[in-house]
Design a protein around this ligand. Structure first.
Ligand code: CO
Length: 501
């Protein structure tokens, strides 16, 4: 058979996987947004049935034969769209085939039970109850890493699932460097006599007004509601249900404006990436996102670099005052200082953009040690609290506010945390390069003009799909490897403006 016929057959098989995957996503979206409380059990049967079908079809021998044939014919070697597709389909196929079914089902069973144990353990501040489950999960993850294969250290195999091509040692170097620069910056800010009044963010903000305002902002930055929608959930997320269906969720807290405001901007940033992947390559890796880290760079860019900037609010604050009467006696400067408050706190999801990365660093260091066997699950609380004191200068009052706060480990998501910081670092590095390419954007933001920014992101990042690996994309776009320089320049400039340090 000709290469063309083989490629078309492979495309058709991949299309089936894509359809099954998007059906799984619809089930998941409904389960997280609207499902009645008693319907979860049947839904989980539906979801595992489709997942099993997808796994069986996705590991079919025929896919392997076609991939081998195409590779032998020289495909997969260049950066042309079809070559990229063959290369990435091969990567996905090999990964799927490396994981034995008994491990996959053991992992699903363990993590689904561990999550409920974790929920109770956190509520009762009882690490001992969670410890045996953490031990099980770490053991399973080490087995998973061995199945996937690794060279330098097992953590590489886990990281690679979320950030393809990333190496633990390289990420550790960038994050370690960031830590050395962040810890003193956070200290300097703590020593400043300037303090924002964050109580202005905790007034009465009617949810229907939050919804209207959030939708107006999302539309303005380019989110297309004819190919998406916004719903309400406790934990905001963005999910793609098909090439023309990218949905987001947010939350409306009546006495705290941040949740909806920045939740909506963050998820819209993710959605802009998904909505602007090249439509002509739909159904192939050329129309997929690169990695979680690159995805997070898009959300953080809109949420923080654009959405927490003074120019953005010079445009939007008058409208915010129209929506929220309790902001009418607040000045623009006081409001923007409040949304840029920097303060060490115990909970990651409530952290500001400066201290946030220290939360990630701590988790990354502990995960790496767990996977290397240098840290025993039993010693996690002690190690957590010691690092927390070192990085934040605070004594952790309880495991519930310490090592038990995140759902990730109970869900088996080891290797996931560093992608948040990879996102923050990339956001700053991309933005600096965008300014070099298309000029300072502050006047545009002051006037509510976002198209030049979005167009730059589409051209330089979205349009490539999975053509480049995360680290190569950073280098290709910015001309430099990922480093802490751009993010530190950005955070230091803010600290100097608001805190005078
Ligand atoms: Co995100």
């Amino acid at each position: 058979m000709s290469t063309e016929a083989n490629y078309q057959e492979l495309f058709a098989l991949q299309h089936e996987l894509q359809l099954l995957g998007s059906i799984e996503s619809i089930l998941e979206w409904d389960q997280r947004c609207y499902i009645p409380s008693q319907a979860h059990e049947y839904r989980s049967d539906q979801a595992s049935y489709i997942a099993l079908m997808r796994h069986q079809k996705g590991t079919a021998k025929r896919i392997g034969e076609l991939l081998d044939g195409l590779t032998a014919a020289g495909m997969g070697a260049s950066l042309e769209p079809r070559d990229v597709n063959v290369r990435e389909w091969k990567r996905d196929y090999e990964k799927r085939c490396k994981l034995p079914e008994d491990l996959v089902s053991e992992m699903t069973k363990t993590t689904s039970f561990a999550q409920s144990v974790w929920g109770e353990a956190r509520a009762r501040n009882d690490f001992a109850a969670f410890q045996p489950w953490l031990e099980k999960i770490v053991a399973l993850k080490r087995r998973e890493a061995d199945c996937l294969g690794w060279e330098a250290e097992p953590y590489d195999a886990l990281l690679d699932q979320y950030e393809p091509g990333a190496k633990t040692a390289e990420v550790a170097k960038v994050l370690g460097d960031l830590r050395e620069r962040l810890v003193p910056l956070v200290k300097r800010i703590a020593g400043s006599s300037k303090r924002p009044d964050t109580s202005v963010l905790r007034r009465n903000f009617p949810p229907d007004q939050q919804e209207e305002f959030g939708k107006a902002v999302a539309t303005a930055i380019g989110y297309d509601f004819t190919r998406g929608r916004v719903d309400e959930t406790t934990h905001p997320f963005c999910i793609t249900l098909g090439p023309k269906d990218v949905r987001i969720t947010t939350r409306y807290i009546p006495d705290h404006v941040n949740g909806a405001l920045f939740g909506t901007l963050h998820e819209s940033g993710h959605a802009l990436y998904e909505q602007n992947l090249p439509a002509e390559h739909a159904g192939t890796p050329m129309a997929d996102a690169v990695s979680l880290g690159i995805h997070e760079s898009q959300s953080r860019l809109w949420e923080n670099i654009v959405g927490r900037g003074l120019p953005f609010w010079q445009k939007w604050f008058p409208s915010a005052k129209d929506h929220f009467s309790e902001l009418r006696n607040v000045s623009l400067e006081d409001f923007v200082f409040a949304i840029n408050a920097v303060e060490p706190t115990f909970i990651r999801v409530e952290a500001d953009e400066t201290t946030y990365n220290l939360h990630i660093l701590l988790r990354f260091e502990l995960e790496r040690a767990l996977m290397n066997g240098d840290l025993k699950p039993a010693d996690v609380p002690g190690a957590w609290n010691e690092k927390f004191k070192k990085y934040f200068g605070l004594d952790v009052p309880s495991d519930a506010q310490g090592c038990l706060q995140d759902i990730h480990w109970s869900a088996g998501l080891l290797g996931y945390f560093p992608t948040y910081s990879i996102g923050n670092l990339n956001a700053a590095q991309f933005y600096e390069k965008a300014v070099v390419d298309i000029g300072e954007q502050e006047d545009n933001f002051r006037n509510g003009v976002y198209a030049p920014m979005l167009d730059w992101l589409v051209k330089n990042i979205h349009s490539h799909g999975r053509r480049y690996k995360s680290a190569d994309l950073t280098k290709h776009v910015t001309g430099k490897p990922l480093s802490s320089d751009a993010l530190m320049r950005y955070l230091e400039k803010k600290a100097s403006y608001w805190y005078g340090v």
